[in-house]
Design a protein around this ligand. Structure first.
Ligand SMILES: Cc1cn([C@H]2C[C@H](O)[C@@H](COP(=O)(O)OP(=O)(O)OP(=O)(O)O)O2)c(=O)[nH]c1=O
Length: 614
């Protein structure tokens, strides 16, 4: 007999658990659920930095795991199971997401980070209801997450290594298993214990109860599309999509607690596009159309930023279009149209009471938030947009032209242009600095020099992370002169110094670690070699060189880019981005040894080498 009547709702259905985790299998079978196990082949490599919150990342990974299994099973025997359950467990500490360690050193780094502190364990869960209709897979997705707080005791080196040598950390998020030996490391737990072990059973049952409440009741599972931001075809379509989302239809399946971040709105695309698996559109054609239409979405986002729409809506309840129009000093009709498109793009929420920011908008598009990309938006709306509108003329006349105009011609910038570029760089640096600073243990170094360090955002993060470290920020005189304007939001540190100079001609300040971050990805080979040789020449034996560069998207790294238009982030190069292996080989050729590579969040990869004695 089933104790839980909710689990009984699934009794006569073919249920598949899309997970290889023995813990999840145990939790669900102990609860009386009958299911088959089909481990997902989805690679857990989504760009973490693209998610506003750690739980949004876990929910999306869980969804992709479940959808991969649903579509694979459907393709194989043209009969999908009734229900597929996917889950993903992550540990989040100080803005970092920890998954399963790749080796013992990685486990050591993770456990050290957790030692003596509280952290959060998030499990994202997705329940996919499947139906085969005319040979096509039709899916309805419901998703949620649960958070549990765990506090670790201070861990001694000896205990850490003994635990790592037990082998237990290797297949577990954060490098520990609370249900076994890892329980000894834990001082207290707040929240659902089973959530830490890999599956929030209590919340899952509540979700089933909600889903099976009554046919057609609010909360029935909704359809989702694969992409979270709809492609822009026409503004009219976007308006329709919004009307769908805000009307009196069923509430979204995740209405109770949102997965966070930009939420999907369903544009009128075919369900067959789901997960790209049954997609009959040639990828290049779909990509081509997205390239043609994409600028409209960009301009809407940039304009809303410029008019401070996201500032006006931040920390306020929903506002009507007339309220917003008054505050941004614009027409009511025009504002309403802009707000509707922003809502359709998933940047704003629209309800009967008006418009409000999504979590992502407040986090990244409001100008005063800690992780604001407002400066980057202004830079793209200004000089970058300007350069692109002149593209045809520049090509015809042979004028110097590049997709990233300012860094290439620093001496021609006005003060305002320099500031605009610095604001853009500052926002991005603040977003990635923590990941770059902690990708490797840099504590053996006592002095570092960030070449092209701009506003010093990374330098400040480095000195926060390493109490013995002194950091010199080396950049052009006009940049150094203005860098003081950006120190208001970071604690000024006596261990950060600014030195003016030109990377390509002046001698580099002495340091035992040189850092280059987000600088080289669109440099041509000869320029790249020239700079790295100069840096290598300044390195004494034992000195380090840390490169943090744009990571190629997974499909680009795997050689799939040839079938698709290149990613927009690498537009400046006109060729595939360099992967970490390429930088590793370059450093080795220049006489660096112990060259290692690591991922730094979702946007960057980091390579570190040590200069060998000549
Ligand atoms: C924090 C913690 C995690 N874990 C486990 C739960 C998950 O199995 C694993 C996190 O990795 P996941 O990627 O969530 O799951 P998985 O790789 O084991 O299985 P699949 O991807 O096929 O679904 O860590 C514990 O067992 N105990 C713990 O205390």
């Amino acid at each position: 007999m089933l104790l839980c009547p909710v689990i009984g709702k699934l009794q006569h259905k073919r249920v598949v658990l899309a997970s290889s985790s023995p813990r999840r299998q145990e939790i669900l079978s102990n609860a009386g659920l009958r299911f088959e196990v089909v481990p997902s082949r989805f690679k857990e490599q989504l760009h973490k930095a693209a998610f506003a919150t750690p739980h949004a990342y876990a929910v999306e990974t869980a969804k992709q795991k479940a959808l991969e299994v649903a579509s694979r099973m459907h393709q194989k025997d043209l009969r999908a199971p009734d229900v597929v359950i996917g889950a993903d467990t992550i540990v989040a500490v100080g803005g970092l997401i920890l998954e399963k360690p790749v080796d013992k050193q990685d486990a050591y780094r993770m456990l050290l980070r957790l030692s003596g502190k509280e952290h959060s364990v998030f499990t994202g869960v997705t329940i996919v209801h499947c139906r085969s209709k005319d040979g096509q897979l039709d899916t309805e997705v419901s998703e949620f997450y649960e958070e549990t707080t765990v506090k670790f005791s201070e861990l001694s080196e000896e205990l850490l290594w003994e635990y790592i040598d037990s082998g237990e950390p290797m297949d577990k998020a954060g490098g520990y298993g609370i249900q076994a030996l890892g329980g000894m490391l834990v001082e207290y737990v707040r929240g659902d214990f089973l959530n830490v072990v890999g599956f929030p059973l209590n919340r899952f049952c509540k979700e089933l109860a909600r889903l099976y409440r009554a046919p057609g009741a609010p909360g029935a599972p909704r359809r989702v599309q694969r992409d979270s931001i709809p492609a822009v075809h026409t503004f009219e379509e976007l308006g329709d999509a919004d009307a769908e989302g805000s009307g009196s239809g069923p509430a979204p399946a995740n209405a109770g607690r949102e997965a966070g971040g930009v939420r999907p709105r369903a544009p009128r695309t075919r369900e067959a596009d789901l997960n790209g698996v049954t997609d009959s559109q040639p990828p290049l054609l779909a990509g081509l159309l997205e390239l043609m239409y994409g600028f409209k979405a960009s301009k809407v986002l940039l304009t809303a930023c410029k008019l401070n729409v996201f500032d006006v809506l931040k920390d306020r309840g929903p506002l009507t279009a007339a309220d917003v129009a008054r505050k941004i000093d614009a027409s009511v009709g025009g504002t309403e149209h802009l707000l509707d498109i922003c809502a359709a793009l998933g940047l704003l929420d629209k309800s009967d009471r008006g418009y409000s920011n999504t979590e992502t908008a407040s986090l990244h598009l409001a100008s005063d938030s800690e992780q604001s990309l407002h400066g980057l938006a202004a830079y793209h709306d200004g000089p970058v947009w300007g350069a692109f509108t002149q593209l045809g003329r520049a090509v015809r006349e042979g004028a110097a032209w590049t997709p990233e105009p300012l860094p290439q011609a620093p001496h021609e910038r006005s003060t305002e242009e320099t500031l605009q570029f610095m604001r853009a760089s500052h926002g991005l640096s603040k977003l990635t600095a923590q990941h770059v600073a902690t990708a490797f243990d840099l504590s053996p170094f006592t002095s570092a020099c960030h070449l092209g360090g701009c506003t010093g955002a990374l330098a400040h993060k480095l000195v926060q992370e390493y109490p013995r470290l002194q950091v010199t920020v080396f950049d052009l005189p006009e940049v150094v002169k203005l860098a003081g304007d950006f120190q208001t939001d970071a604690q000024p540190s006596e261990r950060v110094h600014f030195v003016p100079g030109d990377l390509s001609s002046d001698s580099l300040p002495p340091a035992d670690l040189y850092v280059l971050c987000s600088l080289l990805h669109d440099w041509p080979e000869d320029r790249l070699h020239g700079l790295l040789s100069r840096v290598s020449g300044s390195c004494k034996p034992g000195a380090g060189l840390l490169l943090a560069e744009l990571a190629p998207a997974e499909e680009e790294a795997a050689g799939g880019a040839a079938r698709r238009p290149p990613g927009l982030r690498t537009l400046g190069t006109g060729r595939r981005p360099r992967g970490p292996g390429r930088y590793q080989r370059l450093l080795q050729r220049l006489g660096f040894q112990d060259v290692q590579a690591a991922r730094a969040g979702g946007l960057l990869h980091v390579v570190l080498g040590t200069r060998a004695a000549p």
